[in-house]
Design a protein around this ligand. Structure first.
Ligand SMILES: Cc1cc2nc3c(=O)[nH]c(=O)nc-3n(C[C@H](O)[C@H](O)[C@H](O)COP(=O)(O)O)c2cc1C
Length: 333
């Protein structure tokens, strides 16, 4: 086990967390990351073949994935609880029940208030990490008793708050605001990003997009290929109901922005999103007309690798990148 605060908290070798990804992070990816010394995280719709609105079935599907992970690794892993608001709370409550019943070691809670589930999870010994996108929310999460906070910068793929704070400014603000361990995510894809995050005050790092483009990820081959092809400006931040999402630019993102500009009603927008959801891209392989959540770091990804190779690349090049940094610093000063 590593000596760093995140390693000690989670019982892992390297403080590298594979971020949860809807329709992408299933048992194979999670186990591969955890077996390589990081922390894998099951995301919503892990291992699913179709969409369900059935609360019980959603919970049972996650239970099966948790058991599958346990067959593939003895190492710690996490499950994502997308807390949500209003009706969505029925699903997150079910997920909390399953996580507790299955004695999952770590819960990563996102999109919601930190005071809803922290106590009930911690009371049974589950470590709770809470994803935030402002320093104020970091403080609130600490007050609610979470074990660590995850900073999700504006560069990150997927849905986050309504702020545009980048990892570069968010992480040090959060590190100054809280005394619990801080994990930085959004825009990290290699050892340079890891060193930068550590310099900003992070104890651990959180990578989604880089792990999406791995052989074990459940994303469709066409999605992985589209990301490999993506260049520096291949993503865009799109507004949703109460948050922003970062997506790969394609016909979906262009049409979606047009529909909004043309004054579509909330219901029309919702129907459009449902018809062009990540199920259609990540699962069915429509990389053009459906939404693909994807971070800016896509521009740095040139190859589909195994999750173990991604872990190895990052860990093995940290020392050489650090030596290079020290040389640059010596010149700088
Ligand atoms: C395809 C995809 C799906 C995502 N789905 C979720 C999700 O279901 N729950 C969640 O908390 N975050 C989700 N995220 C956000 C990630 O957990 C994480 O914050 C982000 O990937 C980190 O930034 P990076 O993509 O630059 O590595 C998703 C991200 C991607 C790329």
């Amino acid at each position: 086990m590593g000596k760093n605060r995140i390693c000690e908290l989670l019982g892992i070798r390297y403080p590298i967390i594979q971020a949860p990804m809807n329709w992408v992070s299933g048992a194979d990816l999670v186990a591969a990351v955890s077996n390589a010394g990081g922390l894998g995280t099951l995301g919503p719709n892990a291992g699913a073949d179709d969409i369900t609105l059935d609360v019980e079935l959603t919970g049972e599907r996650m239970r099966n994935q948790i058991r599958k992970v346990r067959n593939l690794t003895q190492a710690p892993f996490a499950v994502n609880i997308v807390a949500g608001f209003g009706e969505a709370l029925i699903y997150s409550k079910k997920m909390v029940d399953v996580v507790i019943e299955e004695a999952v070691p770590v819960a990563i809670v996102s999109v919601g208030m930190p005071d809803i589930y922290t106590r009930v999870l911690k009371d049974v010994g589950i470590k709770v990490l809470h994803a935030i996108s402002t320093a104020r929310h970091g403080k609130k999460a600490e007050e609610a008793g979470v074990d660590a906070v995850i900073c999700e910068g504006y560069e990150a793929g997927g849905h986050k708050g309504f702020t545009e704070l980048t990892t570069l400014v968010l992480t040090p603000m959060v590190a100054d605001a809280v005394s619990i361990p801080v994990v930085a995510g959004g825009g990290i894809g290699d050892a340079r990003g890891v060193l930068a995050a550590l310099a900003l005050g992070a104890d651990g790092i959180y990578m989604g997009t880089r792990f999406m483009v791995t052989r074990e990820a459940e994303s469709h081959t066409r999605v992985k290929e589209a990301i490999v092809k993506g260049e520096d400006v291949c993503t865009v931040s799109v507004p949703k109901d109460f948050m922003l999402a970062r997506d790969l630019i394609n016909k979906f993102t262009k049409d979606y922005m047009e529909i909004r500009k043309a004054g579509a009603s909330p219901e029309e927008i919702n129907n459009y999103l449902n018809e062009h959801s990540q199920y259609r891209s990540q699962h069915l392989g429509d990389a053009d007309e459906a939404e693909i959540c994807c971070g800016q770091v896509a521009g740095l990804i040139t190859e589909v690798k195994s999750a173990g190779e991604v872990m190895q690349d990052v860990v093995q090049s940290i020392n050489s990148r650090f030596e290079e940094l020290k040389r640059r610093l010596a010149d700088f000063l």
